[in-house]
Design a protein around this ligand. Structure first.
Ligand SMILES: [Zn+2]
Ligand SMILES: [Zn+2]
Length: 409
């Protein structure tokens, strides 16, 4: 095709995605129409997502390539019970890793509550079955130990606890102080944001540039990628402002989901306190500041969005994430790499995607304007080529229309 005057980039990846229930045309179309041709699903309806993965791979469905973790591995009291499995001890942990492998998971996502001994057993077992360990750093695992144990990606953060001089103390206090259980017992849910703000401020008060540097070096040395999901961090930090804007993308979101995006109603937002809101603003600012610092030490970043969180839009929000990396201080090229070559390397797929060159899969996005001049130009999509199939602007518009219709059904 004649691409003169256009700019071609590799298909984009969202490296922290959650399908909302069973994957379907609404999400497939929103992703593909935005040039997001790969997603790493970080937990959700495991069987349905695995099935979608196969249907897309075999060409039965038009959608992004899916890499899927399956059920989230958490501790005895999981944060998301319906989509999690609990591990209590090392034996449990090993059995769980093997069952995830047998079920067809591409990765093992670890969550906050996994005990240290179980975590270390998982980190050893995933190597045997050749699955990457990814996700949160559990509250009982020192951050640097997660990197040194081979955790391949760390989500939602850039390591403030590990970069503080009080990590041991903070971890010690988790043992005796179960705020979540206390909040459930007393029905005083404000205890949760209150305690997050108190702990988070304490960590930021004790931030050490030297410890941060050591931690970033450990990430770089071990190949531990950071997937800070900045767009979610921003959405949860500025939800009062964002929720008042008339965003045209809201038409792609089902009413039931929009209902809990309302800050007054959503579980993640309704119990916020002024101290918590102030803390989030402080933390968000510091996160943006530290991204170029970590980047200069050699830390690899991934673009991820954490869909289903309020005001995160399938497909669209990847572009917002890239713009946030630029706002933080990366160049547009470096930001673009967080959704292209970095995911390809991370997933071991650099022989087939992540760059534009002969011999790679034809999964490309054609832009009307140069993204290296202005990162927002990644949204000016002229055409998408997905595994060799050309989708023109009018095809993409029809797909968006179909996504909108699927919402109203
Ligand atoms: Zn998460
Ligand atoms: Zn997530």
């Amino acid at each position: 095709m004649d691409g003169s005057g256009k700019f071609v980039i590799p298909g984009l990846w969202d490296m922290h995605y959650h399908f909302e229930g069973a994957p379907g045309i609404r999400e497939f179309n929103l992703l593909v129409a935005n040039g997001v041709l790969g997603v790493r699903n970080m937990g959700g309806a495991a069987k349905e997502v695995f099935r979608a993965r196969e249907q897309i791979a075999s060409g039965q469905e038009l959608g992004p390539q899916i890499v899927a973790c399956g059920p989230i591995v958490d501790g005895p009291n999981p944060t998301n019970p319906p989509i999690s499995v609990s591990v209590h001890d090392p034996q449990d942990a090993r059995r769980t890793v093997r069952s995830l492998k047998a079920m067809g998971a591409d990765c093992v996502k670890v969550h906050d509550g996994v005990p240290l001994d179980a975590y270390l057993a998982m980190a050893a077992e995933v190597k045997k079955v050749k699955l990457p360990l990814v996700g949160h750093v559990p509250v009982r695992v020192p951050t640097i130990q997660a990197a040194n144990s081979g955790q391949r990606s760390i989500e939602h953060q850039i390591g403030f606890r590990g970069a503080s001089t009080v990590e041991d103390e903070v971890m010690e206090s988790e043992k005796t102080n179960d705020v979540f259980a206390e909040a459930m017992r007393t029905k005083n849910f404000r205890l949760i944001p209150e305690s997050i703000a108190k702990k988070g401020n304490y960590i930021l008060d004790h931030f050490s540039d030297q410890r941060a540097h050591e931690l970033y070096r450990a990430f770089a040395r071990n190949g531990t990628y950071l997937d800070p999901t900045l767009v979610t961090d921003r959405a949860l930090t500025f939800v009062d402002e964002i929720s008042k804007q008339a965003d045209p993308r809201l038409k792609y979101i089902p009413a039931a989901q929009r209902e809990w995006w309302n800050p007054e109603r959503g579980m993640l937002t309704r119990y916020r306190t002024p101290a918590y809101i102030a803390f989030r603003k402080r933390q968000f600012k510091k996160t943006l500041q530290q991204i170029p610092v970590a980047h200069r030490v050699g830390v690899m970043f991934l673009a991820g969005t954490d869909t289903t969180i309020p005001f995160i839009y399938p497909g669209f929000s990847v572009h917002d994430e890239l713009a946030l990396f630029v706002q933080a201080g990366l160049t547009p090229l470096e930001a673009l790499q967080t959704a292209t070559i970095n995911p390809a390397k991370f997933l071991g797929l650099e022989q087939s995607m992540g760059t534009v060159q002969p011999g790679r899969l034809a999964s490309l996005v054609l832009l009307d304007a140069d993204p290296l001049k202005d990162i927002h130009n990644t949204t000016k999509i002229f055409a998408v080529i997905i595994r060799g199939k050309l989708l023109s602007r009018s095809d993409l518009d029809a797909m968006l229309k179909a996504a909108e219709t699927a919402v109203r059904k």
